[in-house]
Design a protein around this ligand. Structure first.
Ligand SMILES: [Zn+2]
Ligand SMILES: [Zn+2]
Length: 99
C-alpha cells in the first residue's frame, strides 16, 4: 500500500511547488488616466494633473489683450482673439480697410 501512496504524495507535493512558482502578482490594471477636463490633456499621474490645473487653468485665469484690454479666461481664447488684431482673420473690419 505504501508503494502506491508515496508517488501520489510526491505528485501532490510537486503540484504544490508548482503552484507556488506560478503565483502571479496582481497585474497593474491600466488605471483611468488622469485627464484635464479643461483641455483634455492626459497625464501620467494625478499630481501632474492637479499641478497642470493649478498652473494653467487657475493661476492664469486672466489673460488680457494688450491691444484692447479685453480679458479672457483661457490663453487659447486670448490667442484666438489676438488673431483678429493681427489681421489674419478675414472677417474683421481691418482686413477690408487693407484691401
Ligand atoms: Zn488643461
Ligand atoms: Zn484685443
Amino acid at each position: 500500500m505504501e508503494v502506491f501512496t508515496l508517488p501520489i504524495f510526491q505528485k501532490l507535493n510537486k503540484l504544490q511547488n508548482c503552484q507556488e512558482e506560478e503565483i502571479i502578482e496582481p497585474l497593474d490594471e491600466p488605471e483611468h488616466q488622469p485627464t484635464c477636463e479643461e483641455c483634455k490633456k492626459v497625464f501620467t499621474n494625478n499630481s501632474k494633473l492637479q499641478r497642470h490645473i493649478r498652473e494653467i487653468h487657475q493661476n492664469l485665469k486672466q489673460f488680457r489683450c494688450e491691444q484692447c484690454g479685453k480679458e479672457f479666461k483661457r490663453s487659447q481664447h486670448l490667442k484666438r482673439h489676438q488673431l483678429t488684431h493681427s489681421g489674419s482673420r478675414p472677417f474683421e473690419c481691418e482686413s477690408t480697410k487693407q484691401i
